[in-house]
Design a protein around this ligand. Structure first.
Ligand SMILES: Cc1cc2nc3c(=O)[nH]c(=O)nc-3n(C[C@H](O)[C@H](O)[C@H](O)COP(=O)(O)OP(=O)(O)OC[C@H]3O[C@@H](n4cnc5c(N)ncnc54)[C@H](O)[C@@H]3O)c2cc1C
Length: 405
């Protein structure tokens, strides 16, 4: 049995996917978002990759060794801001516990399981409805400059293949034959990993298109510019209080508020569950060697994605940074890293002014999908892969909530 009525807080990729999963099962859904448009948080201009198989957890033994250098700001692509907030210190301790090889592998494979569920859920959605967001199963290729990193990645490919993933290990020549825009870089990498089934699409267009469909076909109500300040359970109902002083009553609530979920969940001792990790993207006209699929330069930690006749490039990680202000120096940094990796991929000079978003990170890189009180479910903490995990997480929430009424 689905819940009869549900409020979904947040209209990012996770919130709209959750609203869809509930509405499709017959629930009366109302979406609340403080923004004036859907998909205006971390889902606005992310890397656009639906990376269902490549789900590597952030916490790993290599990163552990580099933490002092990151804290000292020696890597301009990945910064760790030292924190004195007890919640963030607790998060960091949990993160360190996840840096063993055993936990890294378990977290990565659990992510892949959710990724594969997402792929199925996305296919099911697109077989039922026409949702226009530049979706393509274009494939994804990762290029490696470092032999040791490539060797570890190849070991992981074998493990993933045993778990049903389709991935191929390529020599530089094979990589160039698979993705010809890499030709000029042929001498600069030692190998590549290719995942032919990986997909891509514009997350913001997805939020807008799915929300319109939900309103039209499923009667979903949408209240934008509605900031949820608090919620309480009373007389078998959940009552939400908005910043404007309005009270909204429902039988269930699902919190999908991205990085801001922390403040709504403090009373459930989840204040230290999420750590912000700021990142940037630019969108530029295609260059002479524009990618035809997603390309990740592993050493430089930058991703390239062909999107609606342009190229979306995303990267930079600033752990502990919560504000989404666009720092033009960091945008220039991203451009120079990208131009160094693939000089002809895009017309960097003609790129837009850049965008910054906050990845809501958990210590094990897996989202928190659980009931925290009888009528309260959370679907948060999707970190670096929220676009990838949104559809599968939504299905998990709907299954979790079924029969709660
Ligand atoms: C640079 C960058 C590149 C990325 N690249 C990729 C990628 O290629 N592939 C991938 O899978 N993932 C990627 N990600 C991660 C992905 O973007 C996020 O994990 C995902 O967008 C999180 O979605 P969300 O719906 O949880 O959060 P959000 O999109 O932030 O949505 C949360 C919504 O909740 C609303 N809200 C918050 N608090 C309240 C409140 N109190 N009341 C009402 N509304 C509220 C906000 O307004 C917002 O609209 C990237 C992230 C960044 C920053």
């Amino acid at each position: 049995m689905p819940p009869r009525r549900a409020l979904v807080v947040g209209a990012g990729v996770v919130g709209v996917a959750t609203a869809y999963a509930l509405a499709r099962r017959g629930a009366e859904v109302t979406i609340l978002d403080k923004g004036d448009a859907p998909g205006s948080g971390a889902s606005f201009a992310n890397g656009a990759q639906l990376s269902y198989i490549y789900t590597e957890a952030l916490a790993n033994s290599t990163l552990l060794k580099r933490l002092p250098a990151l804290a000292l700001g020696l890597d301009s692509g990945f910064r760790l801001r030292p924190v004195y907030d007890p919640c963030q210190i607790r998060w960091l301790l949990q993160f360190l516990r996840n840096c063993t090889q055993r936990r890294f592998l378990a977290n990565t494979l659990a992510g892949m399981e959710l990724g594969l569920e997402s792929r199925l859920a996305m296919q099911a959605l697109l077989s039922r409805h026409s949702v226009d967001f530049g979706h393509k199963a274009a494939g994804k290729i990762l290029i490696y400059q470092d032999r040791e990193a490539f060797r570890s990645a190849c070991e992981l490919v074998e493990i993933r293949q045993r778990h049903g993933a389709e991935q191929e290990i390529l020599s530089p020549d094979e990589a160039v034959r698979t993705e010809s825009p890499l030709t000029d870089q042929r001498q600069k990498f030692v190998g590549a990993i290719y995942s032919p089934q990986e997909e891509l699409g514009d997350p913001n267009r997805f939020c807008c298109a799915l929300l319109a469909l939900l309103q039209q076909d499923y009667g979903v109500q949408v209240k934008l510019e509605t900031m949820v300040e608090s919620w309480k359970i009373e007389n078998e109902s959940v009552i939400v209080e908005t910043k404007a002083g309005e009270q909204i009553v429902s039988s269930q609530i699902v919190i999908c508020a991205g990085i801001e979920a922390g403040s709504l969940l403090k009373k459930h001792r989840l204040g230290s569950a999420l750590m912000p990790m700021k990142g940037y993207s630019i969108t530029a006209p295609r260059g002479q060697a524009a990618p035809t699929m997603s390309i990740t330069d592993v050493a430089r930690k930058v991703v390239f994605c062909p999107l609606d006749g342009k190229v979306r490039i995303a990267g930079l990680a600033e752990l502990g940074v919560r504000n989404a202000l666009i720092d033009p120096r960091r945008v220039e940094k991203l451009k120079s890293i990208a131009a160094d990796a693939l000089p002809e991929a895009a017309d960097y000079k003609a790129s837009n002014g850049g965008w910054a978003g906050i990845r809501p990170m958990t210590a094990n890189s897996l989202p928190l999908i659980r009931k925290v009180a009888p009528r309260v479910t959370i679907n948060v903490g999707h970190g670096m892969l929220g676009w990838t995990y949104a559809m599968g997480s939504a299905e998990r929430v709907a299954r979790l909530m079924g029969g709660l009424e």
